[in-house]
Design a protein around this ligand. Structure first.
Ligand code: CA
Ligand code: CA
Length: 136
């Protein structure tokens, strides 16, 4: 038996049809990725990256088109940053930064020109305290 022909790594779990729905691949001494096929179309749509057995990044393909549209970065197990492509065109338009796991800053590039137009600052209660518009 060999797992080397699997395109996404070592199969660790199969669904009831016998199709693989979870793959693990090692990327370093103490780091690895787990790719999960959540909608059973045979392609991974959720990839979790672990370092020292702690999740550091989760990449999601929420509309199952094969492209990552949400990246979540974790620091010491706490959500630190999210990069959103909410219109699923392959370009991100929103970056959210978190402080102690709570939303702190939202940076928006609504026209997807590659730089931030709007920055919103939130306090610990989740209230918007300041909004800056940088480009017209
Ligand atoms: Ca899938
Ligand atoms: Ca987009």
């Amino acid at each position: 038996m060999s797992c080397s022909r699997e395109p996404y790594g070592t199969v660790t779990h199969r669904n009831r049809d016998g199709h693989p729905d979870q793959w693990v691949y090692r990327i370093g001494q103490d780091s690895y990725k787990i790719a999960i096929d959540t909608n059973s179309d045979g392609r991974p749509d959720l990839v979790k990256t672990y370092e020292d057995n702690e999740v550091v990044q989760i990449e999601s393909d929420r509309n199952f088109d094969g492209k990552v549209d949400l990246i979540q970065e974790y620091s010491h197990g706490v959500l630190a940053r999210e990069i959103h492509d909410d219109d699923f065109d392959g370009k991100s338009e929103t970056i959210k930064e978190f402080r102690h796991g709570k939303l702190a800053i939202v940076e928006q590039d609504p026209q997807e020109r590659g730089y931030i137009d709007i920055v919103e600052y939130y306090d610990d209660s989740g209230k918007l305290v300041r909004r800056e518009v940088r480009h017209k």
